[in-house]
Design a protein around this ligand. Structure first.
Ligand code: BGC
Length: 252
């Protein structure tokens, strides 16, 4: 007998875009082309909930929804929002989204979601020991796994390098803002990853975000003991991981 396909809609909320696609939870496959809407400015709960509603409507989605959010998330509440409007702090995002979508919505940190996707179906499959997913986008996200088990909300992008947040030196946005060459930016990333490796004895880093497709442009600047590999799911990791949160026990 063929088992019914388990599906969830994955929504990935980012500082510049909000994207969604239906995902097959058994295979991690995205079942349709993702739909993307620009993140409204200012990026308030009020403006963004309308986009979440539109993303659900685009797919005429009635089933479960997993939502990846760029901040600390505990029990569905968003506790930080470094690259969004500060009105997100303390909001019950799960409730907010549940009110505008027919299916049950769960919310999780975006890097944790991307990490779960990579560990399940990408570069982290079968990895034991300490693995760290790092997402490089508007901010830097981190997801720590010990023998495949997630330690949620690690927020290492806010580690101080000198007086600055790591994400102001080594995120994809920082490369543009500071007008850095791939090599110079790679050196910044090396300093950041080196600090994380020194403190947490990471054995394998998985590098995600749009820049992972340019991995060879900066890989030679990374002088670490740990293995460093690009993410395999590339830009879909957030969507797939957000959806997977429905199939797995809640990572918080
Ligand atoms: C946020 C993290 C998030 C990361 C990537 C950081 O600024 O604090 O929660 O995972 O950006 O979006």
């Amino acid at each position: 007998m063929v088992e019914a396909q388990q599906l969830a809609l994955g929504i990935d909320i980012g500082g510049s875009g909000m994207k969604a696609a239906p995902v097959d939870l058994a295979t991690g496959e995205q079942l349709a082309e993702r739909y993307r809407i620009l993140t409204p400015k200012p990026a308030t709960p009020e403006s963004m909930v309308k986009v979440v509603k539109a993303l659900g409507k685009h797919f005429d989605w009635k089933g479960p929804v997993g939502c990846a959010f760029p901040g600390v998330v505990r029990n569905g509440k968003t506790l930080t929002a470094a690259n969004l409007d500060q009105r997100w702090v303390g909001v019950d995002a799960a409730k907010l989204f549940n009110d505008v979508l027919p299916g049950e919505v769960r919310v999780t940190n975006d890097a944790d979601a991307a990490g779960v996707a990579e560990m399940s179906f990408g570069a982290g499959v079968g990895c034991s020991g300490t693995t760290m997913m790092i997402t490089l986008g508007t901010g830097i996200g981190s997801a720590l796994f010990s023998n495949q088990r997630l330690v949620p909300n690690t927020e290492l992008g806010h580690l101080k390098i000198g007086k600055r947040d790591a994400e102001d030196l080594a995120s994809s946005r920082a490369r543009d803002d500071l007008d850095l060459s791939w090599k110079d930016w790679g050196d910044n990333l090396n300093v950041f990853l080196g600090e994380v490796e020194r403190i947490l004895s990471v054995e394998r880093f998985i590098i995600g975000g749009g820049v992972s497709s340019k991995f060879e442009k900066f890989a030679d600047r990374l002088k670490l003991e740990a293995e460093v590999v690009p993410a395999k799911l590339r830009n879909s990791a957030g969507i797939v991981g957000a959806a997977l949160v429905h199939a797995q026990s809640n990572p918080e």
